[in-house]
Design a protein around this ligand. Sequence first.
Ligand SMILES: Nc1ncnc2c1ncn2[C@@H]1O[C@H](COP(=O)(O)OP(=O)(O)O)[C@@H](O)[C@H]1O
Ligand SMILES: [Mg+2]
Length: 439
Amino acid sequence: MLALAERLSHYKAEGLTCRPVASGKLVRVVGLTLEATGCRAPIGSLCKVETMTGDMEAEVVGFSGERLFLMPSEQVTGVLPGAKVTPVTGEAGLAVGMELLGRVIDGVGNPLDGLGPIYTEKRTSFNSEPINPLARKPIKEPLDVGIKAINGLLTVGKGQRIGLFAGSGVGKSVTLGMMTRGTNAQVVVVGLIGERGREVKEFIEEILGVDGRQRSVVVAAPADASPLMRLKGCQTALTVAEYFRDQGLDVLLLLDSLTRFAQAQREIALSVGEPPATKGYPPSVFAKLPALVERAGNGDENQGSITAFFTVLTEGDDLQDPIADASRAILDGHVVLSREMADAGHYPAIDVEKSVSRVMPQITTDEHMLMSKAVRQVLSVCRKNQDLVSIGAYKPGTDPAIDSAFTIKPKLDEYLQQSMKESVPYDMCVNMLKSLLGG
Ligand SMILES: Nc1ncnc2c1ncn2[C@@H]1O[C@H](COP(=O)(O)OP(=O)(O)O)[C@@H](O)[C@H]1O
Ligand SMILES: [Mg+2]
């Protein structure tokens, strides 16, 4: 263990060692991108750029001939033409440890909560090696998330990766908050990426609350952070989750949002000259999405699990958005929040018919599966016949399936709704479902 004084200076230097390497100079700044010549550094490495107000950090994101393209991790101010650019050798990495619990950090691990520095024994790379898919434990056990509609009808498995699809203001943040309080996962890692700064504060103080915070780590990179910070923020959230998983713990990772991650990568890729492909998104976005998502999931036999919810914004409630489309293909299920239901005051506005948990058959009993199927049938019958019934064109007694569906519907609606502060354990959800359907 390092002595404290030594450790302090270690952290002060951010764990970076500067071997004398050839410095280059800045030759061009376009938008967010800095261009340097005269130095060599691999993609993904850090450089220090001299500014009027001290050194600024920038990451190598591309090159063309002898020219390096750099993306700063903060606002570009005080940069002069010809400024010195020095490659930094050795990766800073992210400080990880149990000390992170209860803390709020920024995209690269600096504390944001004013509770002082975070000292940990270990530093780890932002980009870990993915686990061999064949070494991963299969998804076998359900994870309690404390929400009746999900526990009962869209059961989530430990190690599953789910998309939470919704437009803005439909209840994503509240739903994630309910899970942080209701889950039986030992650690919750929350990534708040590209949201408004005010939302970050609200989430931490009101939604997460004092109890929720103790076993959580929040990584925040709000909308005004640089695209690199937002991108790093997602990687940081995954790196933190991986650390706790490697300690054998069950982790619930809530990343809000995957869309903002894709948009940050789009900003970076476009500014270094990658051509846009689908709806302005360059191809690299569609390569980075699965690379991020694949880091979640079960570990090997000696490790715990990362169950992940990635929120996906459906602009204008368009489920065919390219990011929504690409995400649906790489996730093991999706929960769709419906604006119509939210408008009608039905919260959480989970559209059970449109949602699916692809691992549910593996982790629940046959009886539970049958009940979930029955509920879907009731919902479908009611939706199809709602108009007929409401104008009085349907005569009760004509079709027993319709009659029983409409008898169960009010109780089912009650089951599917849940107030923000309430959380219902998994077993109770299943039992409530059973008594609802009459055994
Ligand atoms: N379970 C719930 N119970 C009551 N109201 C809710 C619930 N979930 C969401 N809401 C309402 O919806 C509003 C928007 O939710 P929020 O989670 O902030 O949306 P988003 O994150 O999707 O933009 C909340 O301010 C709240 O009034
Ligand atoms: Mg929100």
